[in-house]
Design a protein around this ligand. Structure first.
Ligand SMILES: O=C1C[C@@H](O)[C@H](O)[C@@H](O)C1=O
Ligand SMILES: [Co+2]
Length: 298
């Protein structure tokens, strides 16, 4: 189904220790996190705040566990700050990831974002960009794409709840406004389903631009509460809205089928943020690994 030499399996540290909600997993160490990733059978990771900042130190700790860095999140502020500010921070981030051997850089626009606001209802107050902001975002992302290309890398845009690029229409607008050679797409199953989008539609339409995949599932009952109780994104995470693939409402069969048929190459990163005191990260990592093996043979 998938070319095993071209599709790699990783897992994000966010299930052990959540940088957006430091009280979740504050007690879990970097060493525990990467050791358990390896124990569960993963070969890659994204980067968390507890990871060593020095590439040589991080490389050594990861090599001991046969783990590589797949990518890491970058917050852009192209709609609200001068381009130069975002570009300077981006170059540092790019150079770190390049030193770590990553090929793609996850980018999400945080101008006007409400994703980090504890009390703002996620379904009521997401930003909507003006035409001028879309233009700034598109040109800025293309420029970040050029900076990534200097190192032989690509940017993958992360659509996200509570941001200006969340819905199908917003993703389509961004894809139309940007050059496919400069701006690729990250496909995050959890954010699409949480938002009420059809992930298979996005996948079929943009398969050729998808160069990174985040696998997270959504608990249907918790999502209903998020809407009824007007929770924020962070409150939803705390309440357990997300879980590992196979443990929620998403039917991954058709999604893996389209990804395989389109010849997807790159990482599948399990990214299931939930409270580690409630959902043991090692147990859930093993559960995710088994599910992916069952569904894909990987
Ligand atoms: O890729 C991601 C990074 C996290 O920090 C974010 O909030 C999460 O939901 C996500 O998809
Ligand atoms: Co994600």
């Amino acid at each position: 189904m998938f070319d095993q030499s071209k599709v790699l399996l990783g897992i994000a540290p966010i299930a052990w220790t959540n940088d957006d909600l430091p009280e979740l997993g504050g007690e879990n160490t970097f060493e525990q996190c990467v050791s358990e990733m390896a124990l569960a059978g993963f070969r890659g990771s994204e980067v968390g705040n507890k990871y060593p900042k020095e590439p040589a130190v991080l490389k050594k700790a990861l090599a001991l566990r046969n783990i590589r860095i797949a990518s890491a999140w970058f917050s852009a502020f192209l709609t609200t700050k001068p381009y130069e500010e975002t570009a300077a921070a981006f170059k540092q981030h790019r150079d770190f990831l390049h030193a770590m051997g990553a090929k793609v850089i996850v980018v999400a626009e945080q101008g006007h974002s409400i994703q980090g606001q504890m009390n703002t209802p996620v379904f009521d107050a997401k930003p909507v960009f003006t035409a001028a902001e879309w233009e700034k975002l598109a040109r800025g992302l293309e420029n970040l794409g050029r900076l990534a290309a200097e190192k032989g890398m690509k940017i993958v845009y992360h659509h996200h709840m509570g941001t200006g690029v969340q819905t199908t229409g917003e993703m389509e607008r961004l894809m139309t406004l940007t050059d496919p050679d400069l701006v690729s797409l990250l496909f995050d199953t959890g954010h699409l389903v949480f938002s009420g989008e059809d992930p298979e539609y996005i996948l079929r339409k943009y398969a050729a631009r998808i160069r990174h995949v985040h696998l997270k599932d959504v608990r249907r009952d918790v999502l209903a509460r998020v809407k009824a109780e007007k929770m924020s994104f962070l409150q939803a995470v705390k309440a357990g809205a997300f879980t590992v693939p196979g443990d929620g409402m998403i039917d991954y069969g058709p999604l893996f089928k389209v990804l395989a048929e389109s010849g997807y190459e790159g990482w599948f990163v399990v990214e299931a943020e939930q409270d580690p005191a409630v959902a043991n990260p090692l147990e859930y990592a093993i559960k995710a690994r088994q599910y992916i093996k069952e569904k894909t043979g990987l």
